[in-house]
Design a protein around this ligand. Structure first.
Ligand code: OGA
Ligand code: ZN
Ligand code: ZN
Length: 546
């Protein structure tokens, strides 16, 4: 606790009382009004406990308990102020060169099957303003399925879905072959849809390439280069208008919206739908100067991220941050996108839930490993003098003593995981002299939770034995009898061609390192730390999608 309870603002402290009379334990919601708290709150008694503090309040005698963890996490000033995920705060503002050739993208099947990939995609939408899903099935209406993986479609006068293709009597320039410069969609709505999806079904026309501009970056440049123009655009209400036979939409909002702390929070920019400003003449002059300056920034070549949507691509982007564009295309050619609007709040929430679930699953995974070490791990290890658990803990201890990076210590700790569990990779098979491919099964089981820096040295630790037998004359002589016995089943020493192939693997050296700790970890007398000692290392390396 950085601050003593006595110094904390009392109304704030009491408002956050977690007791079941103040908050419904079933849902955490508050059960009282701020007006029901005594205006003259005071601390009657404060008692430190093992886990935090207990407070008796005057004048009403209420008792509150606050955990040390809560007090630290919520200390006034902790966390750098309001955590609004909408503002520029904490986002990566970009120019085209920073993303060219490195678009945030994933395949649809990976996105659906791997929660870490999904989290990465959603995080890109929040942090960079967009992500691109590839190989989304080219079916009409598929864009709904994409939207439903993180939120809800926002229906508008264009429908639940809109077709972007050439139409005979277009109510919007989007439905022609015309070039469309960087813009926000639907700025004439209040609220403006915060997300847009564009799913490409066909793109066979000449032209029709896509462009994205980071509108926050453009606004930040304006703020740096012409602060007065920036300020003017944050306070001038611009009339955005849309009308057709059945629709009249109007919203009067600034081109750049800032939050209470002056941080850029929304950009609305669309040359097609700005109506007639009604302002005194001198204000009109300064507005038009600032508007032009901002427009010129949005058109700077270095801000234009250009790419071509291919059939199956689905672009998901923050419509109140990024400006999107397309080049003109041949109206006789086939080009068909399906679009939908959705909102950021649901996407942000979906990501938070995904992370929460992943954190719980990660804890369970590590608990499961701990149980394996205690349970099956106590079994003998293939005719060695040590148990499986002793062997792996000793290997990890050697890695740690050698100052190896965390990932290699974890690889050493888990290198024989493939020996655990189940008939396919059972130790019995191994004793019969059949290679159980335990290095591969172990690595594959670890891949859900660790990156290649852990899985690949595990995968290579058997090959590394065969490699060392081939390249180090006295290595074979140092192998334990059991290890010599299994060598044959594993393929014997490597041939020169296999040696070359092994050495080409980027994890070759790590595989050899794990192998050497493996060989040293068969001493029945050697002390080794408990599994719990390595737990923080494991937890720190889990792929959580953060
Ligand atoms: C739109 C639009 C982009 C495109 O429909 O508003 O910007 O690539 N379309 O056609
Ligand atoms: Zn558009
Ligand atoms: Zn081993």
């Amino acid at each position: 606790m950085s601050q003593s309870v006595e110094d904390l603002p009392l109304a704030w402290l009491r408002d956050n009382c977690p007791c079941p009379r103040c908050r419904d334990p079933r849902n955490g919601q508050k059960l009282f009004q701020i007006t029901e708290l005594p205006p003259d709150l005071a601390l009657d008694a404060v008692r430190r406990t093992d886990d935090g503090v207990e407070v008796d309040w005057a004048p009403d005698g209420h008792r509150s308990t606050y955990s040390a963890r809560w007090l630290t996490a919520n200390a006034p000033g902790a966390g750098g102020g309001p955590g609004d995920r909408r503002s520029e705060n904490g986002k990566t503002l970009w120019t085209a060169a920073e993303l060219n050739g490195r678009l945030p993208e994933a395949s649809w099947t990976e996105y659906l099957s791997d929660p870490v990939v999904k989290a990465r995609v959603l995080e890109s939408v929040l942090g960079l303003g967009f992500a691109l899903l590839r190989e989304v099935p080219c079916r009409e209406g598929q864009v709904f399925e994409v939207a439903e993986t993180f939120g809800y479609v926002r229906e508008t006068n264009y429908g639940r879905l809109f077709d972007v293709r050439v139409e005979p009597d277009p109510n919007n320039l989007a439905f022609t072959g015309a070039r469309i410069t960087p813009h926000t969609d639907n700025p004439y709505r209040d609220p403006v849809p915060t997300l847009q999806l564009l799913h490409c079904l066909t793109n066979g026309a000449a032209g029709g390439d896509s462009g994205l501009v980071d509108g926050f970056k453009a606004a930040a440049l304006l703020r740096a280069e012409d602060p007065e123009a920036f300020a003017l655009l944050t306070r001038t209400q611009v009339p955005f208008r849309f009308g057709d036979a059945h629709t009249e939409l109007a919203a009067d909002r600034p081109l750049i919206d800032v939050d209470g702390l002056g941080r850029i929070r929304e950009v609305r920019f669309n040359n097609r739908s700005i109506g007639t400003l009604l302002l005194p003449a001198d204000e009109l002059d300064s507005f038009y100067r600032a508007y032009r300056t901002f427009a010129e920034i949005t058109l700077r070549p270095e801000l234009q991220l250009e790419f071509r949507l291919l059939p199956g691509d689905c672009l998901i982007f923050d419509n109140v941050r990024l400006l999107h564009a397309r080049t003109a295309f041949e109206e006789s050619g086939a080009r068909h996108l399906q679009g939908a609007y959705a909102d950021l709040d649901a996407l942000t929430g979906t990501l938070a839930v995904l992370r929460r679930q992943r954190a719980v699953a990660g804890d369970e995974f590590v608990d499961g490993l701990a149980e394996l070490f205690e349970g099956e791990g106590a079994d003998a290890y293939l005719g060695e003098q040590v148990t499986m658990a002793q062997h792996m803990l000793q290997a990890a201890a050697h890695a740690e003593e050698a100052g190896a990076p965390d990932a290699l210590v974890v690889a050493a700790l888990l290198h024989d995981l493939g020996h655990f569990h189940g008939p396919v990779s059972g130790a019995e098979l191994m004793e019969e002299g059949i290679d159980n491919r335990h290095s591969h099964t172990g690595a594959d089981r670890l891949a859900e939770w660790f990156g290649p820096e852990v899985t690949e040295p595990v995968r290579l630790h058997v090959a590394a034995k065969r490699y060392l037998c081939a390249v180090e004359p006295d290595y074979f002589g140092r192998l334990s009898p059991a290890s010599v016995h299994t060598l044959e089943a594993q393929g014997g020493p490597m041939s020169p061609a296999e040696v070359a192939e092994y050495e080409a693997n980027p994890y070759a050296a790590d595989g050899v390192a794990v192998r050497r700790w493996d060989d040293e970890a068969k001493d029945p007398e050697a002390p080794a730390p408990e599994f719990a000692h390595f737990r923080p290392l494991l937890t720190g390396l889990l792929r959580t999608g953060q």
